[in-house]
Ligand binder design. Structure first.
Ligand code: KIV
Ligand code: NA
Length: 275
């Protein structure tokens, strides 16, 4: 498994970091088999796995439940787990307890929090001191979608761009081990990447980030119908899945499944009950 220092080294050596989300045992197995560098158990699971309209319904218990399954499927891959909506805003004590629960119970390598508010900065410092590595997340932070007013590109004017750069520096200073940058113009992502010693992992943030992250279901077109502009789809599970299941349904109806090769036969017919 990669360590925090390996990630640092990859940035230094300009070796790109690949990250993808996973949410359960089979997706984790597939991702580890495909040799990805890091797994994110994202709170995007609320949308792509649980069918909610946003990530704000996801709970700490949801994250723990899913991340434990991911760990069983990908025991040898660096796993980052999202802290969900409002699980790190009520009080520092509650935030620390929630982070501890997620980190300890799931055997994660790091937790991820959104934003660079005063609370987020303090929490990052306290968790880092306590030995819980923190991945930061800036730009479009989906847990704040109702405040941001939609899923939109961030850091588009000079004031917002400057704030994003300062936030990135501040969260890195407090000990964050990596920074996810979501929906940021590629020129700005590039400046932030150059300004930091920790790796940036982009999603809709252009080629110059130190790594890239995408959502499993988006990459594979698995249960999603529309994907954002920044997604590239590499497979079409929806089509192959529907095709496969249609064939099964039709073979059941036509009695061409199961065949003898899928059936058991009895050796001694004398054992059969008589009716
Ligand atoms: O929850 C998630 O999948 C994420 C990524 C989009 C970065 O936070
Ligand atoms: Na997330």
């Amino acid at each position: 498994m990669l360590s925090r220092l390996d990630l640092q080294k990859m940035k230094h050596n300009k070796q790109k970091i690949s990250m993808i989300t996973a949410y359960d045992y089979p997706s984790a197995k597939v991702v580890e088999e495909a040799d990805v560098d890091m797994i994110l158990v994202g709170d995007s699971l609320g949308m792509v796995v649980l069918g909610y309209a946003s990530t704000v319904q996801v709970t700490v218990d949801d994250m723990v439940h899913h991340a434990k399954a991911v760990k069983r499927g990908a025991p040898d891959t660096f796993m980052v787990v999202d802290m969900p909506f409002m699980s790190y805003h009520i009080s520092l004590e509650d935030s620390l307890a929630n982070a501890q629960k997620i980190f300890q119970q799931t055997d994660a390598q790091a937790i991820k929090i959104e934003g660079a508010s005063t609370e987020a900065l303090l929490l990052t410092e306290r968790l880092s001191e306590a030995g819980i590595p923190v991945v930061a997340h800036l730009g479009l932070t989906p847990q704040s979608v109702h405040v941001l007013g939609g899923y939109k590109v961030q850091g588009n004017d000079s004031e917002a761009a400057e704030k994003l750069l300062q936030d990135a520096k501040a969260i890195a200073e407090r000990g964050a081990i990596a920074l996810v940058l979501e929906c940021v113009p590629k020129e700005l992502a590039s400046i932030i990447t150059n300004a930091l010693t920790i790796p940036t992992i982009g999603i809709g943030a252009g080629i110059n980030c130190d790594g890239q992250v995408l959502v499993y279901h988006d990459i594979l077109q698995y249960g999603v119908s529309r994907v954002p502009k920044f997604v590239k789809t590499y497979a079409d599970y929806n089509s192959t899945g529907i095709e496969g299941i249609r064939s099964y349904v039709s073979e059941v109806r036509q009695e061409s499944f199961p065949k003898d090769e899928h059936s058991f036969t009895i050796k001694n017919a004398d054992f059969l009950p008589t009716d």
